[in-house]
Write a protein that binds this ligand. Structure first.
Ligand SMILES: [Zn+2]
Length: 288
């Protein structure tokens, strides 16, 4: 994957009146089991993950405004009910990961949980003016009901499920990564839903210093370090291809769910984020 491809992550297509999903992000994808009680239910290019329990389920991310029908159908196809989704978590407050949450919340009645900055955007439906991509983002999204802000490291509990919230700002101010454990065949895997770590800015925002968010670079660097340091057997990034999910799925199709395990996955994903940030900062200093 080239750095240019990475830099395009979550970017709006410039100059269009209506936001358009980048190539293939909303392409169809059959749902599949990843490990134990963890399932992939998103479209092909934007992740959505279901963590199940007899006491109800937790859904991470709702895709774009185009995604809810497919996500709900995938949940049904796997034998679960959208009404049993009790919590919806978000990676970050951009339309391609959060734009479908309002509808999924309505259908499920779930409580929506994310960090403080993301909760403000989701509940008001208004884009954060400090967003690095602000000038190229749609100004509003459908406001989401029943949003509650979590503190850093807070644990979401539902029956036997425990999912930990990690503040990972940088791509946006509200960026969140999520960790839990899933077990299969007596083996426990440390699962990580890693937020986008891409430094992507639209003018006039600069990662090396913008009045709206002077600490953006430092915060992204801290988030990159945090993701690299997480106990991590299976990483799923907000855009699945950036953490090699499709290569690992091909391995899993051959050898079973162990094919999804890559203990270097979080470190490699973080390293790509770091390389992308270095490139952006260098470009910014060249265009002073
Ligand atoms: Zn984004």
């Amino acid at each position: 994957m080239t750095m240019i491809r990475l830099a395009l992550a979550c970017a709006m297509l410039a100059g269009t009146a209506t936001p358009v999903l980048a190539d293939g992000w909303d392409a169809p994808q059959e749902p599949f089991a990843i490990y134990g009680n963890t399932y992939y239910v998103g479209p092909h290019g934007v992740s959505s993950v279901l963590i199940t329990s007899p006491q109800g389920h937790i859904l991470i991310d709702g895709g774009s405004p185009e995604s809810p029908k497919a996500i709900a159908a995938h949940i049904g196809q796997l034998g679960f009910k959208i009404k049993d989704v009790k919590y919806i978590l978000n990676s970050h407050e951009h339309y391609d990961h959060a734009g479908g949450i309002a509808e999924l919340q309505k259908w499920s009645g779930a409580t929506v949980l994310t960090g403080r900055a993301g909760a403000t955007v989701l509940s008001t439906g208004r884009t954060n003016p400090a967003d690095p991509q602000f000038t190229n983002l749609p100004p509003t999204m459908a406001p989401v009901a029943k949003v509650r802000a979590l503190a850093d490291n807070e644990v979401v509990s539902l029956g036997p499920l425990r999912v930990t919230a990690h503040y990972t700002p940088g791509h946006t101010q509200g960026g969140m990564s999520w960790t839990w454990q899933s077990a299969e065949g007596g083996k426990v895997a440390n699962m990580v839903y890693a937020d986008s770590l891409t430094a992507y800015a639209n003018k006039p925002f600069r990662y090396s210093g913008s009045p709206s968010w002077p600490q953006a670079r430092a915060e992204l660097e801290r988030s990159i370090e945090l993701v690299a340091s997480l106990p991590c057997d299976i990483v799923i990034s907000a855009h699945p291809e950036y953490s090699g999910l499709w290569e690992r799925k091909a391995a899993a199709d051959m050898q079973g769910h162990a094919g999804f395990i890559d203990t270097a996955g979080c470190r490699n994903y973080a390293a790509k984020g770091q390389a992308g940030l270095a490139e952006v900062v260098e470009e910014e200093s060249a265009s002073k």
